[in-house]
Design a protein around this ligand. Structure first.
Ligand SMILES: O=C(O)[C@H](O)[C@@H](O)[C@H](O)[C@H](O)COP(=O)(O)O
Length: 254
């Protein structure tokens, strides 16, 4: 299992570490191209991300950010279940990222998930170059959560989507985590990121973490194995306590 694991003694420490990783990814990106491409997951991650970024916004070049979603529910953008609505409330409403650089599910396609996935993939080709030119987009950073069952993005255990090799964005209508219809980045896209960071908080993640790190079970989150990039796991101590057979760096309050 590739990747560095950090166990943080508090959510504040974790949010600070997350911020530092985001700034590092941003700065590296801006050394080689004039934009910073990041994909954000839903769930509890946006709040933790905002906690870290808004507490110390110095050094963040918002105008260079291009924000995508690692997955999105096929609901209207103002729906309580929308990841965009969540990220907007927690972060985007508080920082000057140009709205044209925030790429959302096309609201006209919420009832047609296949078209919504195709449209989102086309939005990505406008930023990353056409699929004929590049086989896979290379995100500067992908921020991931992990469910109690080891899912990540909207890639769930045993789901055929896990074996998608060609599409950048796909869709499902049988998500075990409601709502059932979603679009999601595929594993090849996640695994080609320059950097990916998991944020895993809570004792309800212990079982999945033990299965991944101690028993090497190929749960969806375990299949995030960056081809060229750097993988980091940020956990609180409740989650990290489940792991017995992997090195863990402990981060404490300054
Ligand atoms: O749209 C979604 O539902 C999320 O992207 C999902 O994949 C999330 O990251 C995990 O379910 C972990 O969620 P928590 O961090 O809230 O446990």
């Amino acid at each position: 299992m590739s990747g560095t694991i950090y166990a943080c003694t508090s959510t504040a420490v974790l949010a600070q570490q997350l911020r530092d990783l985001v700034v590092r990814a941003q700065d590296q990106a801006l050394q080689s191209h004039d934009r910073f491409t990041v994909a954000i997951s839903g769930g509890s991650l946006p709040r933790t991300l905002a906690q870290g970024l808004l507490a110390q916004p110095e050094g963040l070049h918002w105008s260079k950010w291009h924000v995508f979603y690692a997955d999105e529910r096929c609901v209207p953008l103002d729906d309580a279940e929308s990841n965009h609505r969540l990220v907007q409330a927690e972060l985007l409403d508080h920082v000057p990222i140009p709205r044209a650089q925030v790429y959302t599910l096309n609201p006209a396609l919420v009832t047609n998930p296949e078209e919504a996935a195709n449209d989102y993939e086309k939005q990505m080709t406008d930023v990353f170059a056409h699929k004929d030119a590049v086989r896979l987009p290379v995100f500067d950073l992908i921020l991931l959560g992990m469910g109690p069952d080891g899912h990540t993005c909207s890639l769930f255990p045993g789901h055929p989507l896990l074996d998608e090799k060609e599409r950048w964005v796909s869709y499902l209508q049988d998500s075990p985590k409601p709502p059932p219809t979603r679009i999601t980045l595929t594993l090849p896209v996640v695994n080609h990121a320059r950097r990916a960071v998991f944020v895993v908080i809570g004792s309800n993640k212990q079982d999945a973490l033990a299965r991944i790190f101690d028993h090497k079970e190929p749960l969806p989150a375990q299949r995030v194995q960056l081809v060229h990039g750097e993988l980091v796991w940020l956990m609180d101590e409740a989650a990290a306590s489940a792991i017995q057979r992997a090195p863990i760096a402990r981060l404490v309050e300054n």
